[in-house]
Design a protein. Structure first.
Ligand SMILES: Nc1ncnc2c1ncn2[C@@H]1O[C@H](COP(=O)(O)OP(=O)(O)OP(=O)(O)O)[C@@H](O)[C@H]1O
Ligand SMILES: [Mg+2]
Length: 354
């Protein structure tokens, strides 16, 4: 997929902005604080319904304004859709081809973007929640029913937790546990299959970019004992869960971990190695999406060249050039040798020129 035009209004330092990007590599250059990351954030908003930076809508909406809007004309294998999203303190409004949509996910299935930004390190070194989000984003774009089943699981989990805390009735607990177990089996199967595909691509990137770290391993933990069904586990742990007041096992506790033969501790990686490993995870996610769908997600790479030496940057750029993806890269500067193949935009305090 590719953006034919991007418009945004009242988002961070931008009063309004309109960009016609190239189908391939786009480079946003500018000084610190000029607005480069904000442009990527606008695209991320269309694909995820939220920013990758903290602060919620208050940080995103231009100071003194009520609402920010993002609009994109998006071409996906020959079909063009007009996607619009408005965010205010009260919530969001989404439109596809000028029609309002009732659920945000109706918009998000149309636009897929993979973003590598300084916070992406979290996929390796951060809490499990970020890794669950990463894997579930991948599953969602393969199986759109993911969202429905995940929400059904969450509803059952909330009910079980409520009954645990309030000394609830056992027969009611049976009902919610059965609901959890049904959803858990499907979620676990999808996650397992997704990570199996991801592993193949991930190991290819790592072998090219980080051979010095030796054999990588990717371990999936489904969130409960591997030799029992969730219904059995919940029954066995019910008493202890009542004492704790919450459910300690289930797919809401799933995780996956990337390890290296020569760096068994995650914190043994250098900053550049961590960035390359995170890049490898996200570009493997890009590869799997491309394999399973007839199109490529957008690639958003914030401050790509920071922390990478010339040889690694060249390897990554060579991959990006051949990926067929519409790619958006930001930087305060960028090596001249790559610029002739890119459409370059200069960003200056909320103003952009091509
Ligand atoms: N809600 C807001 N209202 C107005 N301005 C804002 C708001 N949020 C952020 N800004 C300003 O918008 C500008 C854009 O920030 P952004 O992070 O996009 O810059 P950048 O070009 O990526 O900078 P860097 O090179 O430092 O990463 C900054 O000057 C910031 O102070
Ligand atoms: Mg930035």
């Amino acid at each position: 997929m590719r953006v034919l035009r991007l418009n945004l209004a009242q988002l961070r330092c931008f009063e309004s902005l309109s960009i016609v990007p190239s189908a391939g590599l786009n480079l946003l250059l500018g000084a610190n604080g000029s607005g480069k990351t904000s442009v990527l954030e606008a695209l991320f908003l269309l694909s995820h319904g939220r920013s990758f930076r903290p602060g919620g809508s208050k940080a995103l909406i231009r100071r003194g304004q009520e609402e920010c809007t993002v609009y994109a004309e998006l071409d996906t294998v020959g079909h063009t859709h007009r996607l619009g999203l408005a965010r205010s303190a009260h919530g969001w409004r989404a439109r596809i081809d000028a029609q309002s949509v009732p659920r945000l996910s109706d918009l998000l299935v149309h636009c897929a973007a993979i973003c590598v930004e300084p916070g992406s390190h979290g996929v390796l070194t951060g809490p499990a929640e970020g890794r669950r989000r990463f894997m579930d984003w991948g599953v969602f774009h393969v199986e759109h029913t993911f969202l429905e089943i995940w929400q059904s699981y969450q509803r059952c989990l909330l009910q079980r937790n409520f009954l645990l805390r309030t000394n609830g009735d056992s027969t009611q607990l049976d009902v919610w546990e059965q609901g959890m177990a049904n959803a858990a089996q499907w979620l676990d199967g999808q996650r397992h299959a997704y990570l199996g595909r991801l592993r193949v691509r991930l190991l290819e990137h790592l072998a090219r970019w980080l051979p010095e770290l030796g054999e990588p391993t990717l371990n999936y933990q489904r969130g409960w004992a591997s030799d029992a069904s969730l219904i059995e586990v919940l029954a066995v742990h019910r008493m202890r869960d009542r004492e704790q007041g919450y459910t300690r096992q289930g797919p809401h506790r799933a995780d996956w971990l990337l390890g290296f033969e020569h760096a068994p501790e995650r914190h043994q990686l250098s900053r550049g190695q961590t960035k390359l490993a995170a890049l490898a995870c996200l570009l493997a996610q890009f590869d799997v999406f491309r394999e399973l769908r007839a199109t490529t997600p957008l690639l958003l790479l914030d401050d790509l060249s920071a922390e990478l030496d010339a040889a690694h940057l060249d390897q990554v750029m060579t991959y990006l050039q051949s990926s067929g993806a519409q790619t958006w890269i930001t930087g305060t500067d960028f090596p001249q040798r790559w610029q002739p193949g890119m459409r370059v935009f200069h960003v200056e305090h909320g103003v952009l020129r091509a």
